[in-house]
Design a binder for this molecule. Sequence first.
Ligand code: WT7
Length: 630
Amino acid sequence: MQINSFEAYQEAYKMSVDQPEQFWANIADKFYWRKKWDNVLSWNFSEPNIKWFEGGKLNITENCLDRHLEKNGDKPAIIWESNDPEKPSVTLTYKILHEQVCRFANVLKKNGVVKGDRICIYMPMVPELAVAVLACARIGAVHSVIFGGFSAKSIADRINDSACKLVLTADGSFRGNKQIQLKEVIDDALIGCPTVEKVIVLTHTRTPVSMLKGRDLWFEDEIKLVDTDCPAEEMDAEDMLFILYTSGSTGKPKGVVHTVGGYMVYAGYTFLNAFNYQPDEVFFCTADIGWITGHSYIVYGPLSQGATTLMFEGVPTYPDASRMWQIVEKHKVNILYTAPTAIRSLMSFGLDPLKGSNLSSLRVLGSVGEPINEEAWHWFDEHVGNSNCPIVDTWWQTETGGLMISPIAFVIPLKPACATLPLPGVQPILVDEQGNEIEGNGVNGNLCIKFPWPGMLRTTYGDHERCKQTYFSTYPNLYFTGDGCMRDEDGYYKITGRVDDVINVSGHRIGTAEVENAINMHAGVVESAVVGYPHEVKGQGIYAFVIFPNLHNEADLTKKDILQTVTRVIGAIAKPDKILFVTGLPKTRSGKIMRRILRKIAEGDTSNLGDISTLLDPGVVEEIIDKSKS
Ligand code: WT7
């Protein structure tokens, strides 16, 4: 299953296009199926209707756990590193992880969870989070993991959208020198969530929490009441595995749905190939399991391949900027997969933090989440990789389930800050605004994918029409990624960033409309417009133009009120970096906000604003420019 030369890549790629069914059947064959599929693929992108490995029966946890027990039962599956460097790390072997997953699955069963039920998981980055995810999969419950930075309201919206029956949480979580009161946030969320029957609470920070009779249960009590025998539920390849909410350019977040068989095959295959994982290596992905990167490359991808995956509870700069490097040395990490924002943040501390740690175990580096700038790429290469480790700049999305355009370590010749070539099975195409294919090299366009791959989303939960509209309607018969992309002279792909109203803040996807809606909930706000602007560490920052007529000379305080409102409505991750109070917004005669102009102003580039003659009131532009400079 592992590609080891450029020729082998070309051959695999060619086969994946010429005989996609045979290609993916050969790969799927390397996994454990209780019953093989009847049909590899049926699809159309118009409804859309996509089915991989139809009729196949399996359970993903048998692939991630049971099948490794005989040979690798005592091999570390998960190594956990605490937020607090003084706390001992924890190692779960495959055998222990299997036991814990089965036990937890029995707790879920005991509390009435059955196949198909949706379970919300809002937990810290502790081993029990991975256990919880796998426990759901064990019994066929659908997990919906929510990142710890989201507010009660965001959680409630997500829980209600998919009618979750049970919530798994903890008292609190540690992140650097901060604590988040997870249970308190859940308590607030659940005021408006009638479908939730039970809440299982893990003790972690041991902060006082309220425990509601009949609803709230301690994890530690529940786990004592069950045994470790839990046969895996037999799932159809196209049964739902999980929902993960993500933001788009309009409206509320969408529940992206992934199914068992195709997702498993894709996460496992891409993990093994792009990172060139070798048996006994330690793989460290610094993402949070609350995002797709954590799902696919902390949990399912590595475990499906019997790998050792390292889970880190904290942040790279706590207690200081040497923490990541200490972890690499301590656990002899071989593959380090992180985000440009983390690299840029660590760069700003200079080279001293690197000096105390031996990084010689590193063999492969990876980057994900946003375009990486060349400066960060070279710093990562030279100072972390000792100019000796390939960097795989992996482009993909929540919707794609796994890596799409990415170097294969040691196989694809690299170019700095470039996602290089599509992985086998991925058929990218660049189109212009009208949807015409842009052929040849040295061209720019909107990135679409023209053929299905096993890890792709199947629907958006509860609203298939939305899936169709968002991804399959902009250009008929193509999956539209929302990204702009350049194909260079050598046919290499370089992602240039979103072409829709989505901004990428520290690798987190944030819809401008969502932030605007949150700001507009503040009592004094009449209207607002949000755009992204280049930010040295975060990649993009959030810039909000706000109409707020009655400021009463309290602009600074009002800004804080607005930040507080956004924190309440969405969560701290969506707080604007800059707020500018204005008296009007640039609008067309039909009332549409001209974001193009606001983007320019936010970038500080007002020399050439383009044609503003179609504006209803060109005067507002002048005012905004003046204010933005003062
Ligand atoms: C968006 C997807 C999937 C990983 C985490 C983010 C941007 C992701 C890259 C990269 C340039 C990238 C794109 C994409 N993105 N990786 N290597 N180079 N841009 O998942 O939250 O679903 O966001 O992140 O804009 O569309 P996500």
